[in-house]
Design a protein around this ligand. Structure first.
Ligand code: ZN
Length: 146
């Protein structure tokens, strides 16, 4: 199905319209960019618009998934001081394999941890801090390649 024949897809839109300062990684299969205005939150998704969200990754997509998630997680931790990086994927409303990476800090309240963190996305949002952290994540990714 040609892209023009597809129903609207917010993931394809985001990949095509993200400004450069929100982009972290892009190759011929995968894209990672800043998610919302939450500092250090990263959306990581296939460029390929599939038939569903399922794990129907190609062999090449599968081979790159692990190294790219490792690289993104390390960059998020280095840029934010997070003690760990949560990785979640629900697949309720996008026809791309995708996941969300979110930093969790030593001082993140206990009742905000785990999947509860998503419910606090409005309290976490901070556009200027998200822009500063995005710049730091990009710098970490460049340093990893050096
Ligand atoms: Zn799409």
């Amino acid at each position: 199905m040609a892209q023009s024949e597809r129903p609207h897809c917010h993931v394809c839109d985001a990949i095509q319209n993200d400004p450069p300062e929100r982009e972290f990684l892009r190759d011929d299969l995968w894209y990672a960019g800043a998610a919302g205005e939450q500092p250090g939150w990263v959306r990581f998704q296939t460029l390929r618009h599939g038939d569903d969200w399922s794990w129907g990754l190609t062999t090449d997509e599968s081979a790159r998934l692990g190294p790219m998630v490792r690289s993104l997680s390390a960059a998020i931790r280095a840029a934010t001081g997070a003690e760990r990086v949560y990785i979640v994927g629900f697949g309720d409303n996008a026809m791309h394999f995708h996941m969300l990476l979110m930093p969790c800090y030593p001082d993140t309240p206990r009742d905000w941890r785990g999947s509860n963190l998503l419910a606090h996305h409005r309290e976490i949002a901070n556009a200027s801090e998200a822009a500063r952290v995005a710049k730091a994540i990009r710098a970490e990714l460049v340093a990893q390649r050096a």
